[in-house]
Each structure stands twice: as structure tokens, then as C-alpha cells.
Ligand binder design. Structure first.
Ligand SMILES: Cc1ncc(COP(=O)(O)O)c(C=O)c1O
Length: 397
């Protein structure tokens, strides 16, 4: 049996793989503390769940337009105007099965074979694969603590070639929590206009901000920028709705039409029930979002302090968004832990899972092999339990 080259070359999501492994250990009766998750641990707010249940009872259980219901696309336009200062009409919105499909659609309609996409590392694991699946070539801009894990216009400029088509942005960032400033974004926007590039901006963590950080949508920097930008967002993270699978894009009509058409021949529209719930999420009370943010903030500060006290772990840049910490663990390379010589973050993550029963994600999949990602989308008690276990493991030597 032979698979296509596309399938053979595909790397499965390492974060989902670790999550699956730790869930399997849990099912086998092992008490795993899971810091690998990319989803809030909170339940979906009641009013949103009620809207989903009402949708079922009202018979909203049929196909919707491929690009999403008009009502949801209107609610998204209202949200973009209210929160982001962006003016769009419903025919510029495409609702998909999560922000992941929105990104997939975007790159499918943007790229021809061999066209290059600028991606900053550390990056969310799926960007390079989604670009490759569209025939594109990821071109990575490395960043580290010295620039606060932020990519600047000058760093991008050095990587531009005649084949560059897209600058991919993710602010706040998964995995670093870095937030690009208004000035940094303005410079990147100006570069995109100067070099006639498209911007794909993944703003899915925009509501989870700390220490007074400000989220700015790059599409707000004037008409020239807006027309070359595809803004990607979704409800998974802000509303704790990961399983409902609702994401969306806002863009020029030419892109929106192409993405809607693509979706009409692939998945059709997302679940009618989830779309009804999403309308309530966007139009209803925003109180739960703020409550979750405050709890994340408390955990972020606590976990950062504790991580920095672990030998060999260093979080030099406080994340300003999302719900991850990304300590540098290269100080442990060459050392022996639980009888095993540690040469990489993969080794370290494996020892931590096997010997301390704590699931973390090595930085390799994020294009940052000196780091490990810790999600704080779990309770304070579990954070302390997991870090106590790692501390004991490291003390064993
Ligand atoms: C940076 C980033 N973008 C997009 C997504 C996709 O989320 P979803 O498909 O649930 O909307 C994720 C999920 O982990 C993410 O971390």
C-alpha cells in the first residue's frame, strides 16, 4: 500500500500526540498532571451551553451556508467593530471548524507551489505543516529571549525573497505568550505594503492578556494593510469552547469567496448547533471571559515564580498573553536525571512524563529545541502538584 507524498510528509501535531499519551496513561490509572493541554480547563459558560441546547430543541440541526449562518457572520462583524475597530460585512467572513481550519483554508487559497511564508519561531506547531500542505515553504525567523520572542520588521526583511508571499503573525503567541506592540506591528504592516505581501494574522489569544498588554489588530493600520490581511480568530480559547469547533476569518471578498468555495467542497459549514452557541458567546455577557483571564493571570504569575526556582529552568521573559510558559531548559542538557543523560528537551519531557508523571511539550515541535512548553490551563492545586513532582525528580539527580 502506498500513501501520497503529502500524507507521507505530514508530521502529526506533537501537542495533540502528548495530550493523547497522557490521557492514555490516565485511562490506565496513572495520575498524570497534564501541562500539555492547549485548552482552557474551565467549562463552557452556561449561557453559551444553553444556546446550543436551545438550537437543538428549535430544530437548528440542518446544513448551514458553507461560510456559516448569516446571524453568526453578523455577530462576528459586530465583534470585530466593537473590540478590534475593524469594519467588515458578513460576505467577508467565513466560519470554519476552528481557527485551525480557517488557517488551512487561508493558505490553500493563497499559495502556489514553492511560495514562501514568513513564520516566527518559536511557532505554534501547526503553521509550518499547514503551509506545507498548501504547497508552500515555511521560512522561519528565529527569535529568543533577547528580543522578547518578538520578530521585528528588520528580521523579516532579511528573509524576504522573490518567492515570499505571506507574513504569518501570531500575537499573543502560542507558545511564548509574546505580544507584538503597536509600533512593531506598524513596521511589519509597512513592510508588507512596500513588498506587496499578504498578512495572515492569528489573533485567537487576543482576549487573554496580562500586565496591561494591549492587543492591536494589524488590519487597523489603514486600507492598504486591511486589504492584504486575513485576520484569523476563533472562540476556542476566549470562551473555553475548544470542542465546539468554531473559528473564522475576516478578509477581502476575493479571499472570503475562495475560502467559502473551498469549504463548500470539503467540510461544508461547521456544526449548526455550535454556530448558534457562538452567536450567544459573542453577543451575550463577556463576564466569564474576564473571570477566566483573571484566573489565568494568577496561575501565570505563580507558575512563573515556581519554574524559575527549579534548577536549570529559566523564564526570562514574562508572557503577556495566552496561557503558556516557555522556560529555557538548555541548562539541563548534559546532566543526568533519573539515570538518564539529558541531551535535548525531548529527552527531558520524556523523563518528566515517565518518572514524574507530568505531561509537558518539548520545544522541538515549536521550532525551539531549548525550551519546554507548560500550559497553565489547569488548577492551582494541579500546578503545585506537578511542579512539586518535577522538583523532586530534579533533586534525585
Ligand atoms: C495559535 C493557535 N492558533 C489556532 C489554534 C486553533 O484553535 P481552534 O482550531 O480550536 O480554533 C490554536 C489551538 O491550539 C492555537 O494555539
Amino acid at each position: 500500500m502506498r500513501l501520497s507524498a503529502r500524507a507521507r510528509n505530514l508530521t502529526p501535531s506533537p501537542t495533540m500526540a502528548i495530550d493523547a499519551k497522557s490521557k492514555q496513561m490516565l485511562a490506565d490509572g496513572v495520575d498524570v498532571v497534564n501541562f500539555s493541554v492547549g485548552e482552557p480547563d474551565f467549562d463552557t459558560p452556561e449561557s453559551i451551553k444553553a444556546a446550543g441546547i436551545a438550537a437543538i430543541q428549535q430544530g437548528k440541526t440542518k446544513y448551514t451556508p458553507a461560510a456559516g449562518t448569516l446571524e453568526l457572520r453578523k455577530a462576528i462583524c459586530e465583534k470585530l467593530a466593537r473590540e478590534n475597530g475593524l469594519q467588515y460585512t458578513p460576505d467577508q467572513i467565513v466560519v470554519s471548524n476552528g481557527g485551525k481550519q480557517s488557517l488551512y483554508n487561508a493558505y490553500q487559497v493563497l499559495l502556489d507551489p514553492g511560495e514562501e511564508v514568513i513564520i516566527q519561531a518559536p511557532y505554534w506547531v501547526s503553521y509550518p505543516e499547514i503551509v506545507r500542505l498548501a504547497g508552500g515553504v515555511p521560512v522561519v525567523v528565529e527569535t529568543d529571549e533577547s528580543t522578547g520572542f518578538r520578530m521585528t520588521a528588520d528580521m523579516i526583511r532579511e528573509k524576504l525573497t522573490t518567492r515570499t508571499r505571506v507574513i504569518n503573525l501570531n500575537s499573543p503567541s502560542n507558545p511564548t505568550g509574546a505580544v507584538l506592540s503597536r509600533k512593531e506591528l506598524a513596521e511589519i504592516a509597512a513592510l508588507a505594503v512596500e513588498r506587496d505581501l499578504i498578512i495572515v494574522t492569528d489573533e485567537i489569544y487576543e482576549r487573554l492578556l496580562y500586565d496591561g498588554a494591549e492587543h492591536v489588530s494589524i488590519a487597523t493600520f489603514g486600507e492598504e494593510v486591511r486589504k492584504r490581511t486575513i485576520t484569523v480568530n476563533g472562540l476556542s480559547k476566549a470562551y473555553s469552547m475548544t470542542g465546539w469547533r468554531i473559528g473564522y476569518t475576516a478578509s477581502e471578498r476575493i479571499f472570503a469567496k475562495a475560502m467559502g468555495d473551498l469549504q463548500s467542497q470539503s467540510t461544508s459549514g461547521p456544526s449548526s448547533i455550535s454556530q448558534a452557541a457562538a452567536v450567544e458567546a459573542l453577543r451575550g455577557t463577556q463576564e466569564p471571559v474576564e473571570q477566566m483571564r483573571q484566573e489565568f493571570d494568577r496561575r501565570r504569575r505563580h507558575m512563573m515564580t515556581r519554574l524559575n526556582s527549579l534548577p536549570g529552568f529559566s523564564v526570562k521573559v514574562a508572557p503577556e498573553g495566552a496561557f503558556y510558559l516557555f522556560p529555557n531548559v538548555s541548562g539541563l542538557f548534559g546532566q543526568t536525571i533519573a539515570g538518564r543523560r539529558i541531551t535535548s528537551s525531548d529527552d527531558l519531557a520524556e523523563v518528566i512524563l515517565e518518572r514524574a508523571h507530568v505531561a509537558v511539550v518539548p520545544g522541538t515541535g515549536f521550532g525551539a529545541p531549548n525550551y519546554i512548553r507548560f500550559s497553565y490551563a489547569t488548577s492551582m492545586e494541579r500546578i503545585d502538584e506537578g511542579l512539586d513532582r518535577i522538583a523532586r525528580l530534579l533533586a534525585e539527580g
